[in-house]
Write a protein that binds this ligand. Structure first.
Ligand SMILES: C[S@@+](CC[C@H](N)C(=O)[O-])C[C@H]1O[C@@H](n2cnc3c(N)ncnc32)[C@H](O)[C@@H]1O
Length: 323
């Protein structure tokens, strides 16, 4: 069973200790309700993976683990099969003992784009909201963060995170909790909060920004990454039904409007640091994610439009400070 007891011990002393008043109850409640039909089989897959402590672990330039002596072919095949049973792998890539998990997204490209604009993460307490399978969390650990906590309600991603964790030496600096942002109390404890790829999924985006602000210490930094449209500060797309085939997309503002939203919510020093069109090389079908991907979500004869006729995905990153 994926167990959170060790996490509770880790936060018992320090700025997150008051979270223990509510978190264990919430997790117990989560265990009793709304489990995905495959959750138990995913957990068994994780149980069947070995605990390996690599002799060579790189979380700074990639998520890569190696041993002085390579895995024997049979064990490599067994681990590959177990990891494949946790498909689809969306965020990555991971290179674990020469098993290359080529995920749908080149999440390392996003990380390379945003890293130059972050305040150093060394010794920081970091929250990654909507962390997916935790790919970026490992990169945050690689940048020297003291502890990284990710929250994401998708149970497959929790299991993928647990799988990677077992294979890279049960690292104790990163923890993923199966919670949505709306379930967090106002912790006011994190030095840096990331929200990447989440805002457009929220029905109330300004409330999302307030929820993020409530997690930061005074002077703390928010890194907000979201879908945007090209346009001035008065423009926002509210897709009628689906956007790029996704049902749960609510608000896609221009980056300039997003900056105003952040300022309206009381953030200061707000900067738009990056805007990048998502390419067919960055998001694509792979051997580890075999269903439809960006190529299927764009208009057949026009890569500038989605199948619904909206502007194709453009993503912006903003950094902001809590006063
Ligand atoms: C587009 S993915 C982004 C993953 C990762 N942050 C990245 O940038 O690559 C959005 C993630 O948000 C998660 N999510 C959905 N609703 C959420 C909520 N209420 N609170 C936190 N995360 C949520 C989804 O499970 C999904 O993993």
């Amino acid at each position: 069973m994926i167990d959170f007891g060790h996490f509770y011990q880790q936060i018992a002393i320090g700025p997150l200790s008051h979270w223990l008043e509510t978190l264990p109850c919430q997790i117990e409640q989560w265990k009793k309700t709304t489990q995905h039909g495959q959750f138990n089989s995913w957990q068994k897959i994780v149980q069947n993976l070995p605990n390996i402590t690599p002799t060579d672990l790189d979380l700074k330039t990639a998520v890569m683990a190696k041993n002085e002596y390579p895995l024997c072919p049979k064990e490599k095949q067994r681990i590959t099969q177990l990891l494949k049973s946790l498909m689809p792998w969306r965020k990555g890539p991971f290179s674990l003992y020469d098993i290359d998990i080529d995920c749908e997204w080149r999440s390392d490209w996003k990380w390379q784009r945003i890293l130059p604009y972050l305040s150093p993460l060394t010794d920081k307490l970091v929250l990654d909201v909507g962390c997916g399978n935790g790919y970026h969390m490992w990169r945050m650990v690689g940048e020297g963060a003291k502890m990284v906590i990710g929250i994401d309600p998708t149970q497959l991603f929790l299991c993928q995170f647990a799988a990677v964790r077992k294979l890279i030496g049960n690292n104790q600096q990163a923890y993923l909790l199966p919670l949505g942002i709306e379930q967090l109390p106002s912790l006011a404890a994190f030095d840096t909060v990331f929200s990447m790829g989440v805002l457009y999924h929220r029905r109330s985006p300004l409330d999302h920004l307030y929820q993020l602000k409530n997690q930061l210490v005074s002077g703390g930094e928010l890194i907000l990454e979201s879908l945007v449209i090209d346009g001035d500060e008065n423009q926002c797309l509210i897709p009628n039904d689906r956007y790029a085939q996704m049902r749960n997309v609510y608000f896609i503002p221009s980056a300039k409007m997003l900056k105003i939203w952040l300022e309206k919510c009381g953030f200061c020093d707000v900067y738009i640091v990056d805007q990048t069109v998502t390419t067919l090389e960055e998001q694509r079908k792979t051997a580890w994610m075999e269903t439809e991907s960006l190529a299927n979500f764009l208009a057949p004869n026009n890569i500038h439009l989605t199948v619904e006729g909206y502007p194709a995905p453009l993503r912006a990153t903003l950094v902001a400070k809590k006063r």
